[in-house]
Design a protein around this ligand. Structure first.
Ligand code: ATP
Ligand code: MG
Length: 199
């Protein structure tokens, strides 16, 4: 074996020991709260990726879409036939278009009721609260209400929250937080959002 091969083998043995130790230390089994936030692209697609993963094992999944600039959503089109998936969409759609606090608040409360029902159902393995961070930011929903529903959910249920500027109390409550960092985005060079890639 060459020197390089030997060094590689030793490094891999060390790495394996380290990983085995961490795997042995992770003994708890329960549902998770995950937050996908930050300005970079990938929050909602990561959530749908996890939805696909859960549906792949036959689990029940609820997705609540709080804001949709693009009404189209390729993942929803693909997965909607799955009887284990339930999707609830906020009635008025895009808040930057409607620009009406009163109707937006009402629409938000309506879809939040659906979310609350899912968050109370032990049959639901995963709930996605897509773009809910903006509801908190605009004051359409209050953090205490959301926290209460998250804290009282069934222990085996996981929840994914997506959206920029996640409330610090949500971050504090989360088990996993990923911040998508924008290094570059094509939109800023004048390239249009692309069907099948961006929505
Ligand atoms: P995606 O749905 O692609 O995973 P996202 O959920 O991380 O994106 P949002 O902030 O919800 O991002 O934005 C929704 C739309 O805006 C998507 O079409 C997405 O491609 C686009 N987008 C995401 N990040 C940026 C950015 N930094 N600049 C411009 N457009 C963006
Ligand atoms: Mg998104």
């Amino acid at each position: 074996m060459s020197d390089r091969d030997t060094r590689h083998q030793q490094a891999m043995q060390k790495l394996k020991a380290h990983v085995d130790e961490k795997v042995a230390a992770a003994t708890e089994q329960r549902g998770l709260l995950l937050v996908f936030t930050g300005n970079g692209k990938g929050k909602t697609t990561a959530a749908w990726g996890t939805v696909t993963r859960a549906l792949g094992y036959g689990y029940k999944v609820g997705v609540v879409q709080f804001i949709k600039g693009q009404w189209e959503c390729g993942e929803r089109e693909q997965l909607v036939e799955d009887p284990n998936l339930e999707v609830a969409i906020m009635g008025t759609g895009f808040t930057w278009e409607t620009q009406n606090r009163e109707t937006d608040t009402a629409a938000c409360r309506e879809v939040w009721a659906e979310a609350e029902r899912m968050l109370a159902d032990p049959e639901v393995f995963l709930v996605v609260l897509d773009e809910i961070t903006y509801m908190l930011k605009f004051g359409y929903l209050d953090i205490e209400t959301v926290k209460r529903a998250l804290e009282n959910r069934p222990p085996e249920q996981s929840v994914i929250v997506t959206g920029r500027n996640a409330h610090r109390e949500l971050l504090a409550l989360a088990d996993t937080v990923t911040e998508m960092q924008e290094v570059r985005h094509a939109f800023n060079s004048g390239v249009q959002a692309r069907r099948g890639i961006d929505f």
